[in-house]
Structures are given as C-alpha cells and as structure tokens.
Design a protein around this ligand. Sequence first.
Ligand SMILES: [Cu+2]
Length: 94
Amino acid sequence: MEKEEKKPRNPNRKSSHRVQVGSKNRTSYDNPIVIDLIHVRPGEEYVVYFEADNKGEWLFHCHDNNHADLGMITVVDYKGVYSPFEIGGENQPE
Ligand SMILES: [Cu+2]
C-alpha cells in the first residue's frame, strides 16, 4: 500500500463548464476523464480542455477561499463578452 501524500491540495474549479483532463505533469492519460473539480497539489501541472459553449466571464479558482484571496483565481473570458465588474473592485449590490 502506498503512503498517501500529505501535501496540501487545491480544489480548482472552472465555473459553468466541465473539463476533460488531458494530462498530469506532462504525461497524457490513456482515458481522459471529464470532471468538475481537480485537486492540484503544489508542483503539479494539468492540461485541461473544455467546450466553449457557455458565453460569459467565468471564474477558474481554488475553492479554498484563503488561496483564492492570495491569487489562485482568474477569469476565463469569451471573446466579445465583457462585464462591468472587476475582481477586487468596489462591486456592490444595488
Ligand atoms: Cu488552493
């Protein structure tokens, strides 16, 4: 039985799209899986694919809010789709 790694995991998620995981650390999967969430450990690298069939501006982020606050967050934009809001801006409900 292998000893489980104790490195922290970062549950990363691409909002509103499922992704297909093509490879991990530059090694391709023989049978890529389609998932909603990837647990990424420090130093790991994944290549994911998704069908761009849901126009908008979507977050791709770590579900640990402390990590997201530290920068593990980005926005995936569709060409020609813009939001009046900014990450870290003074966005307030009306
Ligand atoms: Cu994280």
